[in-house]
Ligand binder design. Structure first.
Ligand code: SF4
Length: 412
């Protein structure tokens, strides 16, 4: 009797593995059926897939593997080069961790990844989920990985409404004895493609006959979010300085903190007070023009930035004391380690968020000290522009703008 109960516990895993054999998704980081996974590939993918979709991560993964084919090669690379290669993928702390972790693997483990979940958990940037996923997929360890997708599947399958820690205990109990890596990847695939947040495709799911939430018809109410924190709203300003030859001033952020080590245009501090005089944080006195605004979301922050632009000339040597400061021509910006936030800021200068300064088109010169390209706007920006047009062309040397910055009303 006890054996039959134990056997029933593994039935969902058997169904998942059968389904995986016929429906698994192919990714460059996944081993072919029956082949042994490369721990370097699995680790690299897991680092990239934190907060990032598979579609977005795929070209980056291919670029990294082709450029640094082993963890030893990655450890030998300069961090700045890795950050540049990472630019655009977001959550740049991961790029730092990638290099730190590769260095530890090279120095302390001779370039060979440790196998156990516990040892992997000690590595820089490897959290509880990643450690379990790498242990299971790369080494077949009986480790239960629970990310948001797997949490959704298991919560619905068992109609579970408790904490993540309790769900983890259940996940460990039902782990199959073999092919744990395939089972984990099956749950990932089911979670992302079938057991969707809204309107799950239950008829295509291998758990359809066993799923308790499906039987009760309350799939959409699961998983229950326990103690989820809301994002903070912060506000600030970005200051884009355009030299007479069209070059833009960039500097490097401190290594610690959000977007650590990435290049940026000067920015004000980010504050909770939308009414702050952000122009007071401008790096130099200039005819700052409020050209537009952007919004950007981080994991715990919703940020609204007003984008100020000024054509600058004269003695700018004082700026060069900034960390890694330099003037960068528009057509060279693609080679800089610019986070998505800064790309959005610079896109305000261009014709559209997509083309922005990334197109070949240089800013139209209007003579004088630099010139600011014309900008067409639409949607939510349009109403903002109507409010901000009053300040365009007005020489407001570090004066408070005469209207509310866009982030106060429209951005968030
Ligand atoms: S049967 Fe439906 S709700 Fe249940 S796990 Fe599958 S897709 Fe999700």
């Amino acid at each position: 009797m006890a054996d039959r109960r134990a056997d029933a516990r593994y039935r969902p895993a058997r169904a998942a593995l059968r389904w995986y054999d016929g429906h698994r998704r192919d990714f460059p980081w996944r081993a072919a059926p029956g082949a042994v996974a490369d721990p370097y590939h699995v680790w690299l993918a897991e680092m990239m897939l934190q907060q990032t979709t598979t579609a977005a991560a795929k070209p980056y993964f291919e670029k990294f593997v082709s450029r640094w084919p082993s963890v030893l090669a990655l450890a030998a690379a300069e961090r700045g080069v890795i950050l540049e290669a990472w630019a655009g993928l977001g959550y740049y702390r991961r790029a730092h961790h990638l290099h730190q972790c590769a260095t530890v693997i090279a120095r302390d483990y001779g370039g060979v990844f440790p196998k156990s979940e516990e040892a992997l958990r000690q590595l820089p940037g490897v959290g509880a989920y990643s450690a379990a996923a790498i242990a299971a997929i790369a080494f077949g360890e009986r480790a239960a990985a629970i990310d948001a997708n797997i949490e959704r599947v298991l919560s619905r399958l068992y109609r579970f409404r408790g904490s993540r820690a309790e769900l983890l205990a259940i996940a460990r109990e039902v782990l199959p004895r073999v092919r744990v890596g395939d089972y984990t990847q099956a749950l990932m695939d089911i979670g992302s493609g079938i057991c969707r947040f809204r309107s799950p495709l239950c008829l295509a799911c291998p758990f359809v006959r066993r799923c308790l939430a499906r039987a009760a018809g309350d799939q959409d109410s699961l998983p229950v979010r326990v103690g989820r924190k809301s994002r903070r709203r912060l506000y600030g300003a970005a200051f884009v300085m355009v030299r007479g030859d069209g070059a833009i001033f960039l500097r490097r952020r401190e290594d610690r903190g959000l977007l650590g080590g990435m290049m940026e245009v000067p920015m004000s501090a980010w504050r909770g007070d939308a009414g702050f005089d952000f122009l007071g944080d401008a790096p130099i006195e200039a005819d700052w023009v409020l050209l537009g605004g952007i919004r950007h979301s981080f994991t715990h922050i919703d940020l609204g930035l007003g984008v100020y632009v000024a054509g600058v000339s004269g003695d700018l040597s004082g700026l060069m004391g900034e960390r890694d400061a330099r003037w960068v021509a528009l057509d060279c910006l693609g080679g800089e380690a610019l986070p998505s936030l800064v790309r959005k800021v610079l896109a305000v200068l261009g014709d559209s968020p997509k083309r922005g300064v990334w197109g070949a088109k240089p800013p139209a010169k209007k003579g004088g000290s630099g010139g600011i390209p014309p900008k067409r706007v639409g949607g939510w920006e349009k109403s903002f522009r109507a409010a901000s047009v009053a300040t365009r062309g007005v020489a407001s040397k570090r004066k408070r703008p005469t209207h509310a910055p866009p982030e106060r009303q429209e951005l968030l």
